[in-house]
Design a protein around this ligand. Structure first.
Ligand SMILES: Nc1ncnc2c1ncn2[C@@H]1O[C@H](COP(=O)(O)OP(=O)(O)OP(=O)(O)O)[C@@H](O)[C@H]1O
Ligand SMILES: O=P(O)(O)OC[C@@]1(O)O[C@H](CO)[C@@H](O)[C@@H]1O
Length: 306
């Protein structure tokens, strides 16, 4: 089974505002509500691509009920742990720029922490776990490391998509896939990454530290894949970016789905980049037809570095 774990899910409240101005009343022309949080996005995209997952994490209140029913409507199974507070609402403001305001999320008790770790303890080497998103402040800062240690003991394949301290801490654990964007990769090594060769060089260091597959997304500039045997670069297709929220999660979901279906790394990488762009080009996450339409416009070549 493929599990995704979202410690701090959200309803993503997308507001389109023409010419947003801070400090005054703005009126939104269009609004949308989506079930969000990085792991949940991975589950939704995998579902759209025909791969079943079970979503794990903490959920609560009327906002949590919205997320559960949205997943159920799409036949995505979940084993969330119910908590007292309301799952957060994250505001995604679309104007000339994209502005995001993410809430802190509700508190999680010690007993709820233990229950999630027990779920991981029941996983086996046939399972794959995607841990994605921020760690809420009421959980220990190194909660992902605790999960990673349990996965290592049980030989569960682990994928991480996080940033900041949580990303720093998880590096060093054996990971199946890590997908930093080039800013996050730069922060990890205290440097700035501007070119695909630099991205490949630093991704290579992660492979040396025990990550099997590294994808560095560089927004509209393309993406780099580095593994034990290959270093690849993919362009991204041209198009109007409508909502890039979840684009990175779509890359993780599509690559994982394709590798699980024993596609070649090159094809899985091409498909992953197509999924990222298909999401960026629409208000919600991508669907299968949109992804497949973009695949032929993505060219994969080898890249130096490392
Ligand atoms: N301007 C763009 N044109 C085409 N595709 C894009 C563009 N920006 C992003 N994408 C697609 O989205 C993927 C992920 O983008 P990005 O590098 O911004 O990751 P990210 O920062 O993790 O994303 P996010 O946090 O917004 O989900 C890219 O690999 C690409 O496929
Ligand atoms: O606050 P976090 O956990 O870092 O990120 C949460 C979030 O911004 O990430 C997803 C997009 O990747 C959104 O669905 C969600 O609102």
């Amino acid at each position: 089974m493929i599990y995704t774990c979202t410690l701090n899910p959200s309803i993503d409240y997308v507001m389109n505002v023409d010419q947003f101005q801070a400090g005054t009343l703005n009126r939104s022309s269009e609004t949308y509500y989506y079930p969000g949080g990085k792991g949940i996005n991975v589950s939704r995209v995998m579902g759209a691509l025909g791969t079943q997952t079970t979503a794990l994490g903490y959920i609560g209140g009327f906002t949590g009920d919205f997320i559960k029913s949205a997943l159920e409507e799409n036949n995505i199974s979940h084993q969330f742990i119910e908590i007292e507070g309301n799952t957060r609402v994250n505001v995604k403001l679309k104007s000339a720029d994209e502005t995001e305001i993410n809430g802190p999320g509700p508190s999680i008790t010690q007993e709820q922490q233990d229950r999630l770790l027990e779920q991981v303890e029941h996983m086996t080497k046939e399972d794959l776990l995607v841990i994605a998103g921020s760690v809420p402040s009421t959980l220990p800062e190194d909660f992902y490391v605790t999960i990673a240690n349990l996965c290592e003991e049980r030989e569960v394949k682990l994928i991480a998509d996080t940033s900041g301290k949580a990303l720093n801490q998880i590096v060093g654990s054996p990971l199946f896939l890590l997908k930093p964007n080039h800013h996050e990769l730069g922060e990890l090594f205290n440097t700035t990454i501007e070119t695909k060769e630099q991205a490949a060089t630093y991704a290579h260091k992660l492979v040396h530290q025990g990550v099997k597959h590294v994808i560095v997304s560089m927004g509209g500039e393309g993406a780099v894949y580095v593994g034990e045997k290959q270093q690849l670069f993919a362009n991204v297709p041209k198009g109007e970016v409508k909502n890039s929220v979840g684009a990175g999660d779509s890359v993780v979901a599509a690559f994982t789905a394709k590798v699980q279906q024993s596609e070649s790394i090159e094809e899985a990488f091409r498909y992953a980049v197509a999924a990222g762009s298909a999401t960026a080009f629409q208000t919600d996450l991508c669907n299968k037809e949109d992804v497949e339409e973009l695949v032929p416009s993505i060219h994969v070549s080898s890249v130096k570095g490392g």
